[in-house]
Design a protein around this ligand. Structure first.
Ligand code: ZN
Length: 513
């Protein structure tokens, strides 16, 4: 514990280094260079711009190093190798070794801890991201700390409006301290903040369940931890002749109160899974929020079936999908299904969606077995999408009406064509099938496999949305998400009639468990 903490005490000194700060300012675009106008009111906006610029323009993520020879990423990790002299002088005590699977070259990935070097390399994982970003903020005269989470993540804290604020450059977000526990599903333990002025145990800020976090803090007793941190905190300042920061007592009280308080105020941002790193890398670390589930694509008809992971069919290709914002696989009665009842809960296809069935010459059909309660739906149908590949200007979507019935929307020649089903019979307290098809001429909608409306669509070009296919959410708006359970869903590259619709769930689930 002591050694790991000491390593970051050393690293954090960089942030007060005037030369390093000056170098850091030289890489910032002029639009982000501010003079004296940084204050509590302007800082949140500036942070938003800095986070965006850093994530999307300046720094790159590295799962594995890039092979220049083959213009591809090396894919085979061969462990750590001894650092070279020039790597060590920028604090790369660990150097990963990777083998390019195309040309067999060995590639080195030195994990530099000197943020000055990172201003040049501009790539890495969260450690490099947070280290470099923290220096950049310090260079602008912003009060910052580097925050190290012992379960393997690093971010920044920023001081404004008399408080320390969470800020994560990898995710380009701030003020979402509960995201690691509530969104990524991390089992947090030690989280410590470092600056040239202090060493602080900030774990209570990042959890809603302090007693559980305590059970995982087993490296030493809490007393020993407090003593170690206090000694290193004093050491940090004594070397540079600095005084105890003015916020010390207030923050102490704040962190103490966070241990005991019940925090029900989890924001939408905090419920989302990790977005930095490749999907495979995130999945391996279990940080996608919730687990990944295979989606089955049948070989014929560019057909896609989404069911629970235990069901699959012959000759099927598995695609990957991600459960978002608290969506989960659950049981309703005896029937396994997806539960999308949380705000924004959804399933999104994460591998490339197969060619959009909407473009098929043989028409297309979308259908799902759902369980829905009228009172859990929004009065506006566009806020209740069941199946959607729909953006602002184009796509297709099947929606639910609160009073019963469905709406089918497609885009032809840039115009949205909508068909609303007949009847307002409400939703039964059981599984029900909803479907829509387009045969190139007519749109049709079905409820319980009964035709509930048809309309002739104008001739023209079908316009598709390039975003992902989503279940229970419109991919372009996270606030358009249907509160439903889904047993199975299918997208077919032909126009089907009710005799070939998806079979009913095996067991009847008459109420939510
Ligand atoms: Zn290569």
């Amino acid at each position: 514990m002591h050694d790991k903490v000491l390593k970051y005490v050393e690293q954090a000194k960089s942030y007060a280094d005037k030369e390093k700060q000056e170098r850091a300012r030289s890489v910032l675009p002029t639009s982000l260079l501010r003079g004296d106008d940084i204050n509590d009111t302007s800082l949140p906006d500036l942070l938003t711009s800095l986070l965006k610029w850093f994530k999307f323009d300046f720094f790159k993520w590295t799962d594995s190093p890039f092979c220049e020879k083959c213009s591809t990423k090396a894919s085979q990790n061969e462990g750590y190798v001894k650092p070279l002299e020039e790597e060590l002088c920028y604090g790369a005590e660990r150097v990963e070794s990777w083998r390019c699977t195309s040309c067999d070259s060995i590639l080195r990935f030195p994990r530099y801890s000197d943020p000055l070097r990172l201003l040049e390399t501009r790539h890495g994982r969260c450690g490099e991201w947070a280290n470099c970003f923290t220096l950049l903020l310090a260079a602008l005269g912003i009060q910052v700390r580097l925050v190290v989470d012992w379960t393997d993540h690093v971010w920044t804290e920023v001081w404004f409006s008399n408080k320390w604020h969470h800020c994560d450059p990898c995710e380009a977000c701030f003020d979402a301290p509960l995201m690691y526990e509530s969104g990524w599903g991390k089992k947090l333990s030690y989280i410590i903040a470092f600056s040239p002025w202090e060493v602080v145990d900030v774990a209570p800020r990042y959890t809603r369940n302090w007693s559980q976090v305590l059970t995982r803090r087993t490296a030493c007793s809490e007393n020993e931890l407090a003593e170690t941190l206090e000694a290193l905190d004093l050491l940090t300042r004594s070397k540079s002749g600095l005084e105890t920061p003015q916020w010390r007592e207030d923050e102490k009280a704040e962190l103490l109160s966070m241990r005991d308080s019940i925090r029900n105020d989890v924001s939408e941002a905090e419920l989302c899974g990790r977005t930095s790193g490749s999907l495979a890398w995130r999945a391996e670390r279990g940080e996608c929020g919730f687990q990944l589930h295979p989606v089955v694509q049948e070989a014929d008809d560019s057909l896609l079936i989404i069911t629970n992971p235990k069901v699959s069919s012959n000759g099927a290709t598995k695609l990957e999908a991600q459960l978002l914002c608290g969506a989960k696989v659950t049981k309703l009665g005896y029937t396994q299904c997806f539960d999308f009842r949380g705000p924004s809960a959804a399933l999104e296809l994460t591998t490339d969606t197969p060619s959009d069935a909407f473009l098929s010459d043989q028409g297309f059909t979308i259908e799902a077995w759902i369980f829905v309660k009228s009172e859990e739906l929004d009065p506006e149908a566009f806020r209740n999408p069941v199946l959607s590949k729909h953006g602002t200007a184009s796509g297709w979507e099947l929606r639910l009406c609160q009073k019963g019935g469905v709406v089918f929307l497609i885009t032809i020649d840039g115009q949205h064509i909508e068909l609303t089903s007949n009847g307002e019979s409400g939703w039964p307290a059981s599984w029900i099938h909803v479907a829509a098809s387009f045969d190139g001429e007519k749109l049709r909608v079905y409820v319980s496999k009964e035709l509930m409306g048809e309309v002739v669509a104008p001739a023209g070009n079908r316009s598709t949305f390039e975003g992902p296919l989503c279940l229970a959410r419109n991919p372009a708006w996270t606030d358009r998400s249907a509160s439903i359970a889904v047993h199975s869903a299918r997208v077919s590259g032909r126009s089907r009639d009710p005799t070939t619709f998806l079979p009913a769930p095996l067991a009847d689930g008459s109420s939510f468990l």
